[in-house]
Design a protein around this ligand. Sequence first.
Ligand code: ADP
Length: 231
Amino acid sequence: IEQTAYQNDKLAMLGKIAAAIAHEIRNPLTSIRGFIQLLKPLLLQLGKEEYARIILAEIDRANDIIYEFLNSSKPSAPMKQREYINFLLKEVIMLCESEALMKGCGINLESYDQDMAISIDVKQVKQVILNIIRNAMDAIGEQEQEHVGRIDVITRREGSFAEIKIRDNGKGMDTTTLSRLFDPFFTTKVAGTGLGLSVSYRIIRNHGGSIRVASNPGEGTEFNIYLPLVE
Ligand code: ADP
């Protein structure tokens, strides 16, 4: 599936809107944070210092989300560093493990080739893998209760590229969904943003890589990501 000029326009616009909104939300958050800090001693006297901790943690979380969103939708050049792909995947899988456990699905990592170094913006590429694994968990969640969910992450060397295969046995997609998958704001979920894959697509493209998807309704989906190896 190729990205069209139309998608690029939409993404550029999205980047501008995101930057404006993020700026407008960050300022009030900063002042809320400051005032909560000031109120901390009072809450302590009331034996409610826990409230301050929760408020501060939630403000920080909101800030993180804005940061991520801004980072991913802004058309910026990646800040590249050398990283081993299998190491990065282990870290992302660890992040997902509690969520996967709750949803009763296993995540397996299988590496056919070791020491595959890639030059990447670690934060951005981690976000791509997270998006795809989260989507896989959602797709598994939409199967029947007794369905045993399984996500396989498989890496191997493919010429001058590292191939990352992420396969799930979730609900799969029909051809209509498959053809719109990377469109900004396309979602089939009630609480979806439809941004995850359009942003992921662009991140991988900015790294000189590509993404391919294959899916069968009722059987599952397979994402193949290719990133250029460094020697
Ligand atoms: P969101 O997750 O917010 O809906 P995405 O851009 O990440 O946005 O995904 C777009 C749509 O692609 C999803 O709403 C879903 O319909 C479909 N999709 C993505 N990954 C999968 C998958 N592994 N299995 C089935 N459908 C998927």
